[in-house]
Every structure is written in C-alpha cells, then in structure tokens.
Design a binder for this molecule. Structure first.
Ligand SMILES: [Zn+2]
Length: 253
C-alpha cells in the first residue's frame, strides 16, 4: 500500500473515530500532546506523514494508532503518567506501530458496518457487557485486533530509538509498563482496553531495559525526563470537567 493509499484509509477511520468518541477539545491539552508527538514522529523514518495526535475523553487507560499517522491517547492514560518521559514513551510506541505499518493489513480486512461500535468498545469502558462483546466479534474487530508479540517488540524498539532521537530519556518506557502492570494487579478492569490490543508482560519490561542499556550512560546523560511544561499540562488535565458517562450501546439489528 502506498503512503497516499494508507493515508486515505486512515483518514476514513479517523473521521469515524472523531465522530464516535468523545475527544478533549481544550486547545492547551491537545496542543501539548500534538506537539510532543510530532517532536518524536519527526525523528522517524516516516517523518513525512501528516501526523495528528488526539486525546480521548475517557477514564479507560488506552492509546492506539491508526495507519496514516493518527494517534489517540486516552485521558485515563495521561492521568497515570507522572513524568514527561512516560507519556513520550507511550507516544513513541504508538508511533512505532505506524512506522512499522503494523495495522495496515488489519485495516484492509476490517469491514465498515460496525466500526463505530467497535471503536467505542475499544476505547472506552462502554462495552463491559455481553452485548458489546457480541457486537465487537461480529463487526469491525479486525480494526484493533491484538498486536502480535513480535509487533509489540518492534514498537517498543521504535519507542526507545525515537524518544532518544527527540532528546527524551527512554527510561519512561519500561517504567510506565511497570505502573500499568502494578495497576492491573490492583484493578484489572480499568486497564483491560489497553492490554487487549497491546499484550504486556514482564518480558517486555526486561527486554526494553536491556535495549536501553546498550546505549550506555554517556549517550543517555542529559536526556529530558520531565519538565515544567509537562507538569503544567498535567494540572490542566486534572482540572478538566469529568469525562462524559459511557454511552448506551445501540441495539444489534
Ligand atoms: Zn502496541
């Protein structure tokens, strides 16, 4: 698939996502994530894509990528990140899925009819019921099917390389995995969305740490871990009105 074909396909899905999901409209919040994401994406082999970053107004912890360069991060994930390098790591990972073209093939197989509902289920906690699961399985589930372990490792490698290139410390990547794994133990339901598409085990944490270690302290010294801009951004997010309640699923025809 050519870049322009991929972009056209991604555009179509992004329009549906933007129509179906509650997005954060606060320009300071969206502008911050878009600027940070673009800073990282600019360092990749697909810098020429017209990258766009959005914040989904949902407590469910999730982030996902649509081919063509559309990246979405849930507010619930941002609220769990305590430092700049952690959010940057998540963005670097999602950017990595686009760079490696992991979901282009899945997208081609996805059929249009139930995409909207599938998106709601993937990105919010609206589908914590049997009806939702049935709809997902019957409809556009291919769109956000689980990535393979190999794809996850490639995206993690991309994340490490790309955040370092952007001047950000890669330690936030395995550290944030640890945050999510610890929270999964305490509260499995809050994180089922993100783990559904991005399988996460201890081995990913260790592998990412090992990859970072190959850079050596000299190369990593002075990279940004956090800054005042990120903490200001976090305080703006914390002051947003609560997310809208999950929507009722439409009846299955
Ligand atoms: Zn992933």
């Amino acid at each position: 698939m050519s870049d322009s074909e991929e972009r056209a396909l991604g555009d179509e899905y992004a329009q549906q996502i933007n129509a179906q999901l509650p997005l954060v409209g606060d320009a300071r919040v969206v502008g911050y994530v878009d600027a940070l994401g673009k800073e990282i994406a600019r360092k990749t082999s697909r810098a020429q894509l017209d990258w766009k970053f959005h914040v989904v107004n949902s407590d469910a912890v999730n982030a996902f990528a649509v081919p063509g360069g559309f990246i979405y991060v849930n507010r619930g994930l941002i609220e769990r990140a305590t430092r700049l390098d952690q959010l940057a790591g998540v963005l670097g990972h999602e950017i990595g899925h686009v760079v490696e073209r992991h979901s282009v093939e899945q997208m081609k197989k996805a059929t249009g009819a139930n995409i909207g509902i599938s998106l709601l289920c993937t990105l919010t906690n609206v589908c914590d019921n049997t009806l939702g699961q049935v709809v997902i399985n019957a409809g556009g589930s291919a769109l956000f099917a689980k990535y393979s372990r190999g794809a996850e490792m490639e995206a993690d490698s991309q994340a490490v390389v790309n955040v370092i290139a952007a001047g950000i410390h890669p330690d936030g990547i395995p550290e944030f995995f640890r945050v999510l794994i610890a929270e999964r133990k305490r509260n499995p339901n809050a994180l089922e969305n993100v783990f559904a598409s991005h399988p996460l085990e201890e081995s990913r944490v260790e592998r990412t740490r090992a990859m970072i270690a190959t850079y050596g302290n000299e190369r990593l010294r002075g990279l940004t871990r956090d800054d005042a801009g990120f903490q200001l951004f976090k305080s703006i997010v914390a002051a947003l009105p609560p997310p809208p309640p999950p929507r009722q699923l439409p009846a299955v025809p």
